[in-house]
Ligand binder design. Sequence first.
Ligand SMILES: Nc1nc2c(ncn2[C@@H]2O[C@H](COP(=O)(O)OP(=O)(O)OP(=O)(O)O)[C@@H](O)[C@H]2O)c(=O)[nH]1
Ligand SMILES: [Mg+2]
Length: 396
Amino acid sequence: MLMLHRCGISSECIKKIRKKTERLETSMAKRDYIVGEYHPKTLLVGVYTPNNQIGNQDYYNEEFLSLVHTLGMAYDLTYFMKLRAPDNNMFLTKGKLEELTKYCTEHEIEVVYFSEILNPLQERNLEAAIGCHVADRSRLILEIFKKSAHSSEGRIQVEMAEINHYKTRIIGRGVEMSQQAGILGNKGPGETAKEELRRHIEEKMRQARKRLETLERSRTIQRKQRLESKIPLICIIGYTNSGKSSLLNRIAKGDVLAEDKLFATLDTTTRELFIDSKKKALISDTVGFISQLPHNLIAAFKSTLDELRYATLLLQVIDLSNPAWKSQIGVVRTTLEELGVSQPMLYVFNKIDKLTPEQLEALKPELEQYQPHVLINTCSRQGTEPLIAYLSAYQL
Ligand SMILES: Nc1nc2c(ncn2[C@@H]2O[C@H](COP(=O)(O)OP(=O)(O)OP(=O)(O)O)[C@@H](O)[C@H]2O)c(=O)[nH]1
Ligand SMILES: [Mg+2]
C-alpha cells in the first residue's frame, strides 16, 4: 500500500529520493579517496592550453607531477596532451575527448585528475563522457593546502575555500537533487534536497566566516600596534619552492620548514630582523604562488595576503635555476595585481649556486630588466650578503 507523506508525496517516492541523495553523497565521499585507504586506478592528465602562463609545456607537466607528489597521492598512469582551445562545456575538443575516453576504457581507469582548472559544468560533462570520476587542479591544490595549514587562520581559510569548491559542484548537480520532497522528515512542502544542502553549506560558511572575523580583528590590532611602533615590515613573497622560507631561516634565524615541496609554507611566520647595528625590521614569510592558483583559494587567503599591502618592502624570491623563472615572475605579478598589492619590491634571484659562472654571465643582460635586484643563494651566509647590504642601504 502506498503511504502518502504529509506534503502529498508517496513514501515510495521519498525512499527513491533518499537513495539518490545517498548515492550522491557516496560519490562525493569517494572523491576523498586520496586521503583514505581505497586506491582506485588513477590517471593523471596534463593538459597544456594556450592560456597557460607557464610558457614551457614540459615544465608545466613536471610541476603538475610535483603537485601530485607533494600530496603523496598514488597514481597509475600519466597522459599528456596539448589543447588548441578549451571547450566551454566539455573542456576537451571532440577528438581529444574520444582519444581520452578510449584510453580510459582500455586501461580501466576509475579516476582522472586534470592539471587544469575545470568549471563544475566541464567536470560533470567530462565525468559523464569518460565514465570516471574527474577532479581538477583546484581540488589537488586544495588537498595540499589542507595538509599544510596548521594555524587556526590557515585552516579556516582552507575550509572556506573547500566549502566554496563543493558548493558549486554539489549544487550544480541539479538533476539528481531537484525533486520536491520533505526528505528530511520535518521540512515543509516545496523543500528540495538541493535547498536543504545549500542551507547546510551556507550555515557552515557563515560559521567559518565568523571564526575568521574574530581572528582578523586580532590581526588588525596587531597591525595597528606595529604601524604605531614604526617598525618596518618586509614581506617575502614569490613562486612556490623558490626558497622563501630558506631565506627567512638564513637571515632571521627562523625555524620555518623549508622543503623541496610545493606549498611547504601556508602559515605566515614573522621574525625580527637585525639588519645592522642600527636597523631593525620585521620579516614575514608567506604562502607561495603558483600558476592557475584557484580563485577561491586566492579569495580565501585574502586576509593573510592582505598583510602584503601594509609591507614597507617586498622581497620577491625567484628560483633562477628553474627554466620557467620568467613565467613565474609573471604569475607573481598577476597574482599581486589581483590582490591589489603594489608595494616597492626587490627581486631576489636565488639558487645561483645551481648555475655555472658561464650560465650566470649569459643571464645577466636579461636580469638587468628586473630592477632593483640582487643575486643570492641561501645555502651559505655569504650567499645572502648582497641582500643584507641592500637592506642596510635602503631607506626603510
Ligand atoms: N641549491 C639551493 N637550494 C635552495 C636554495 N634556497 C632554497 N633551496 C632549496 O629549495 C627548496 C625549497 O625551499 P623553501 O625555502 O622551502 O622554498 P619556499 O619558497 O619557502 O617554498 P614553499 O613554502 O613550498 O612555497 C628546499 O629544498 C631548499 O633547500 C639555494 O639558494 N640553493
Ligand atoms: Mg616556504
